[in-house]
Design a protein around this ligand. Sequence first.
Ligand code: AMP
Ligand code: MG
Length: 350
Amino acid sequence: MNTKMAVIKEDDFNYDAVFEAAEVIRAGGLVAFPTETVYGLGADALNSEAVKKIFEAKGRPQDNPLIIHVADKDIKKYAENISPIAEELINKFWPGPLTIILSKSSIIPFVTSANLNTVGIRMPASKIALELIKASGVPIAAPSANISGRPSPTDFERCVEDLNGKVDYILGGNISEVGLESTIVDCTVNPPCVLRPGAVTLEMLKAIHKDIYIDPAVMKKPAENLKPKAPGMKYRHYAPKAKVKIIEGDLKKTIEKINEMVLNYIDENLKVGIMATDESLPFYKFGEVISLGSRKDLNSIAQNLFETLRTFDDKNVDVILSEAFIREGIGIAIMNRLTKAAGFDIITLD
Ligand code: AMP
Ligand code: MG
């Protein structure tokens, strides 16, 4: 397939490219596009045949439901039993990195919801995404624009890397500001429950409704036979080709442990990458070292996480040793993605 591409600049917004991409969506094709969380791979959410193509292009398991993206807070056409709390969350956090799970209306095909009676809905903040949805005139079903299992793309080049030749159109824009997928809140239960942590943090959600909580399964290794509430949680995710290990504990001890481990791996002729921070960077002498940013700015660490995992793949490292982060605020989402990338391989220092 010949993939058409256009990069849109914010100060010189190219509506022609957006209209052209919207035409592809309306015709049942696939368009990758930027959002503030990560890049998405979109199709007309109401068209089963179009949505099937998303699963094929990504190699995504059919039982992993898609989030539909809307350009308006009025979602009565797509969801039923919208609770007052759901409405409050929508009013407070849309447009933005929050997905709400609600009972689906009959116009949402079961391919989109992966046979569930519920649907995930989000109104993104990115201008390109919003204009694309508006011009398409339909909600856009869009998972992250990566080959299934790989770290999500946060810029145009990474989308092209994964999807060139597999989709009809790739729209490029800025680097995704958040860098992690949306927070998912299940509003079909009371109190609502967080199924995936993201940039809309638990603290922010609790300010709206104090009983909102994070599903305990979120940070646990999924059991073989477990049926998770967010089906995507059971799959290996965010994983680079290299083996990832997390070292968690006091920073000074973490640095010592990582330095000791690096030398052992080098002895075994393995190439090692270290995911460091600005604070620890000067203390690593061996291996390929990349800083995710300053520990004082967890948002920038979130933004750089997936791109850094992919950079280590480009460098063909065999092992990635990563520092851990505080498990509060957006740190919960960072640790969630990192833990999954590591297949739950965490060394806890005392
Ligand atoms: P992705 O778009 O690749 O970030 O994946 C979407 C995520 O949203 C998956 O992990 C799904 O499990 C989750 N999700 C989407 N729709 C639903 C739903 N109706 N109920 C629960 N989780 C959902
Ligand atoms: Mg994904």
